[in-house]
Design a protein around this ligand. Structure first.
Ligand SMILES: Nc1ncnc2c1ncn2[C@@H]1O[C@H](COP(=O)(O)OP(=O)(O)O[C@H]2O[C@H](CO)[C@@H](O)[C@H](O)[C@H]2O)[C@@H](O)[C@H]1O
Length: 470
């Protein structure tokens, strides 16, 4: 099948979180399975753009509202990612340093979607599937079905994958003219609660919907930032498919970012070397268990409880553990997390920012990875942790409960807790410090975790079934 993935992120071109990881890997494994998968995304000014070769694939123009714009589609010249990567260059709109966070993000992503459809409309043939990811590409199913300019493609099957339903891309009706002319009777397919809601529109118009774990699929029917009734109504076309991870990128045996590579057989010694390097760099005690948090510092990840939880643990478990944070997001949380560094030197450190290399080093060095998420559609961090022999400590929600079994259960290998609260985290940290003393148990868990298969190879077939059903 020929599949076009449309997304705002794709690793290694541009990544702000897990969306980038998934869109960067799934097409590669679909191609390996015999499909012809491609990715099209905005052209941001990233390092990957400047360090690779590109060829022009298409030049076109379109309108967004009454603004005329030219665009160019360029293609990575060597197929080095294992699939064709296309970038949409719209001068002045998409060619920026960051992916999100501009006042005109609405215009940017609508123009991106119009450019993608204008490009596809000029193909001689039609792809089998247009696979859109999250709300940034969420207007495509509506535009294909209802915009006069794209009618020729109205029957191309569309699949929406929801990585995060918290963000829906709300647009006021005063900006409705940004969407190309469409059949006016169909305005309801754009609307949710008197607002244009790109995610809701995609849920209504896509032929099939997937979420990134089965538990999250059920959760959306009672917790989806206002779309609960819609998910209940559309449940017939929804499927939950647990994400995979790219075992080639995330492999402790070959990971170029690590001080010392290791495998299942050498995990204890390998982790020790990586931990030593991190502890030396960040002034921590390598003899103590190392707890790490990596992620966006936002409410969904329960980042707001981290400062309290760390202070509590640092006080009550004095001298028994070290903690390290890598993340960015809410400014107040960043400030609080930074502040602890001065109070508990030697036992705690924080790097505020985004650092891909350091994230790999931390998965390898840590003994425990904290994920107290309030909402976690799938979660990739815990799967990376498993692969690097790091015990995940997760709140029982979404994909976290689909992938982590508490060590109190038969063949359990992680630590689970029920509430995103300082109390629950304190208890979880206490349990972790206890198990750290039992080297036999810890060693068994590490080896067991590293052998769990979360590869994309095992997942690709589930997506193929969804495409076939569409
Ligand atoms: N400061 C930093 N420096 C370096 N790396 C950092 C970083 N902050 C985050 N990362 C990296 O970003 C990724 C985060 O992925 P997650 O899946 O945990 O969360 P996210 O909420 O972004 O993804 C959403 O989409 C994914 C994919 O479907 C779902 O798994 C998830 O539940 C959903 O919320 C990981 O690769 C992590 O290492």
């Amino acid at each position: 099948m020929e599949i076009i993935h449309v997304s705002a992120e794709c690793y290694p071109m541009a990544k702000a979180g897990g969306l980038g990881d998934v869109v960067g890997a799934l097409p590669k494994y679909q191609c390996k399975a015999g499909h012809y998968a491609k990715v099209v995304m905005p052209m941001y000014r990233t390092k990957f753009l400047y360090s690779n070769q590109w060829v022009v694939d298409y030049k076109g123009s379109a309108y967004i509202g009454n603004r005329y714009f030219d665009f160019t589609i360029i293609k990575e010249a060597t197929n080095k990612l294992g699939y064709d990567l296309y970038l949409v260059d719209i001068n002045g709109l998409l060619d920026r340093e960051k992916i999100y966070g501009y006042n005109d993000d609405t215009e940017r992503f609508i123009a991106f979607q119009i450019a993608v459809l204008t490009w596809l409309n000029n193909w001689q043939h039609q792809p089998d599937i247009i696979h859109v990811h999250d709300y940034h590409a969420g207007l495509i199913p509506f535009m294909l079905k209802n915009c006069f300019a794209f009618k020729r493609m109205a029957y191309i099957k569309t699949v929406l994958t929801i990585h995060n339903a918290q963000y829906q891309g709300w647009i006021g009706w005063d900006k409705a003219n940004l969407i190309p002319a469409y059949d006016g009777y169909k305005w309801g397919d754009l609307d949710w609660n008197n607002t244009i809601n790109p995610l809701a529109s995609a849920v209504k118009c896509a032929w099939k919907i997937t979420t990134v774990s089965p538990s999250y699929m059920s959760e959306l029917r009672y917790n989806s930032n206002g779309l609960e009734d819609l998910f209940e109504y559309e449940k017939g076309k929804c499927v939950g498919i647990l994400n995979g991870i790219d075992n080639e990128v995330w492999d402790p045996a070959t990971d170029p970012y690590l001080t010392s590579n290791f495998s299942v057989k050498t995990v204890d010694a390998g982790k020790k070397k990586n931990k030593k390097q991190i502890c030396e760099t960040y002034g921590l005690d390598e003899k103590l268990p190392l707890f790490v948090f990596i992620g966006r510092l936002v409410g969904e990840k329960a980042a707001d409880i981290l400062p309290g939880a760390f202070l509590n643990a640092l006080y009550h478990q004095q001298g028994k553990a070290c903690y390290m944070v890598l993340g960015s997001g809410d400014k107040h949380v960043e400030w609080e997390l930074n502040n602890i560094t001065h109070q508990y030197r030697g036992y705690y450190n924080a790097v505020i920012g985004y650092d891909e290399a350091l994230s790999h080093q931390l998965y390898a060095a840590a003994d425990f990875l904290l994920m107290p998420s309030r909402v976690e559609p799938c979660g990739l961090n815990q799967m990376y942790a498993l692969r690097y022999g790091t015990v995940p400590m997760v709140r029982s929600t979404g994909g976290l409960q689909d992938t982590v079994k508490d060590m109190g259960e038969w063949e359990g290998f992680g630590i689970r807790f029920n509430h995103a609260s300082v109390g629950d985290m304190a208890h979880a940290i206490y349990r972790a410090i206890e198990v750290y003393k039992d080297k036999t148990h810890l060693g068994w868990m590490r080896k067991y975790m590293m052998e769990i298969d979360h590869s994309w190879e095992a997942v690709v077939e589930a997506y193929t079934d969804v495409y076939r059903n569409a």
